[in-house]
Design a protein around this ligand. Sequence first.
Ligand SMILES: C[S@@+](CC[C@H](N)C(=O)[O-])C[C@H]1O[C@@H](n2cnc3c(N)ncnc32)[C@H](O)[C@@H]1O
Length: 313
Amino acid sequence: MDKKLQTYLTDESVFFNELIGKRMSGNRIPIEADYRRATKYIPEDKNSDNELIDPYLYKIVQGDYIDELIERIAKQSGNALDICCGPGWLALELARFGVNVDAYDISDIAIATGEKMLLENPFPLGNGQVTYNCLDVNKINFDKRKNDTIYGFSAFHHVYEFDKFMNNCYNNLNEGGLMVTFDDIGYTKMDSFFKNLFLFILPTFELTYLDKFVRLFNYIFKGKLFSNEIYSPMEIYAAKHDVASDAILDFFTKKMKLEKMVYYGAFSVRVCNSISGPDWFRYTTSKFLTFLDKFLIKIGVCRGYYRIIYSTK
Ligand SMILES: C[S@@+](CC[C@H](N)C(=O)[O-])C[C@H]1O[C@@H](n2cnc3c(N)ncnc32)[C@H](O)[C@@H]1O
């Protein structure tokens, strides 16, 4: 492995270690650590860089898609491989449905968090188990066992030597086995338009109305654009080596048999997570925006920032 790649991998681990540490602070449980036990947390001030945790809001904006994903993998049952598992919410949730999950991540804090959540888990696991491994996924010993499902939740676009890695996954999958990928694929111009429009109109955690007007002024008169998008080191490295959403799409539709592809959250997920105000206001507005988002995707005006692909071997 070249030195540059090794540096990116180390930085990736540091990046996610810090992120998870921040998200778990104050004894909070974020959704990415435990889907069922996530604790509600509303940031108190506009400048706080702590992100909102709101399980009820999550259900409103993306619950249907995530529950469908869990159900589909649970139906496949047997052995599953979780690529870049993070703090392990999906591996844990699938184990609760009886799936045996072998989960891998390069961040030691993510793996330690997954193990802690597994230990504290108050729900029955039945025959399900999770084994957490702190390892670079490119170093997985693929001869260890065959899998019924291999999935990556916001994962495959972090992987280097993408073609080799995906072929290893394919060869390690049973005939009829399932592969699932969840990816954030970016905003189209229309998605972005609605996102910015609603972020401007609605009260948000991050910015006051004065901040918003200053930004609008800077955009109109100085052409200055603001972006809140943060990329992890391996996302940057992989993108430089053409591991983008198109490569993932190609693999899942050309090498595998496409079962289903879903797009959602053109603007609603981003906007709803930022709306401030009393719960009744945030939830009612979020239900409306989620409905509008689905409708605009259905009629082809928007595309969706998130994509889930289900394919079989
Ligand atoms: C966006 S997070 C997704 C985490 C998790 N799947 C979830 O749903 O919360 C990407 C994860 O990929 C991990 N990662 C990146 N490159 C990796 C590699 N080569 N091997 C193992 N894990 C890696 C990071 O540590 C991070 O936890």
